[in-house]
Write a protein that binds this ligand. Sequence first.
Ligand code: ATP
Ligand code: MG
Length: 344
Amino acid sequence: HQRVFSGMQPTSTLHLGNYLGALTNWVAMQKTHECIYCVVDMHAITVWQDPADLTRAIREVTAAYVAAGVDPKQSIIFNQSQVHQHAELAWVFNCVARLGWLNRMTQFKEKAGKDKENASIGLYAYPSLMAADILLYKATHVPVGEDQKQHLELARDIAQKFNNDFGDQIAARHLGTGNLGFFPQPEPMIQGPAPRVMSLRDGTKKMSKSDPSDYSRINLTDDAETIATKVRKAKTDPEALPSEEKGLEGRPEAENLVGIYAGLNGETKAQVLSQFGGGQFSGFKAALVDLAVAKLAPIAGDMRRLLAEPSHIDAILGEGAERAEAIAAPIMRDVKDIVGFVRR
Ligand code: ATP
Ligand code: MG
């Protein structure tokens, strides 16, 4: 049985990286898998969020899921904080994961910056909560962007250590599945059309919601004029576009823009270069603006319509939370028995 789990943080509006790296995969996987898509609001508060902005962003990210094509009738859409078992399992995992494992996480280093002493404990423990999100549903497949690969590996380590540490209890209670133990090893699925979209200002940094510069990213809600300005201002180099993919080596900004075009148009970088190779960036950028507007404007329009009725969005989240909890509650009960807690 294959179950998909994935999530996005309501830290701000979603951008092209979220869309090409994850969301397009999510939509495609609905055809073949049972899918659970979470708005991970508890992850969001690992860095300070203005409460009113957080509320707005939770509804906005939900609207983006639906507008991009996630069907709430079929897939489960909910926000993390409504299903208390996420926090409960995360605590157990905090006691399974080792400090040394978490010390290696590059996202913490990037997000904490120089002032590590002042980072929240939540930001440090983020991967442990993420492991709980996935394993609470015994999810087997996790469609994410490249940047989450390391966290997924940690989730696999946590699952394995839990299975080992409590092997006797799992066996005695017949809670293992075959020789797999209690928790499965979740597989990352890093295979979007553009699994790593980079910043428009710096081709060596990933496009991110929390980048202070709005010119670093294209948001799903940007209008045509904003997209045009951002693409026009996007950093490039003075060379013309190469006609072959290996000509992009050492040119991160050019490679990124070609990758974005390819992702949006459902083709390979080589195909894009066979069309635009040899030409100037200005012509390519104009085509990229047209393509991005054509793909994103309908999503932005649907989001606006959905957000005009917040009660409808809240109903989607509430219904999703009920369905999610129906899966999570018995698994969390088993975890409590395995660990040796006394239940009510
Ligand atoms: P934040 O800066 O707040 O961490 P983010 O832009 O990294 O925001 P997340 O909510 O952390 O977004 O991630 C949601 C999903 O989008 C994850 O699957 C992640 O791997 C994917 N993703 C994020 N940024 C990119 C990117 N630049 N390219 C491809 N996928 C991405
Ligand atoms: Mg992120």
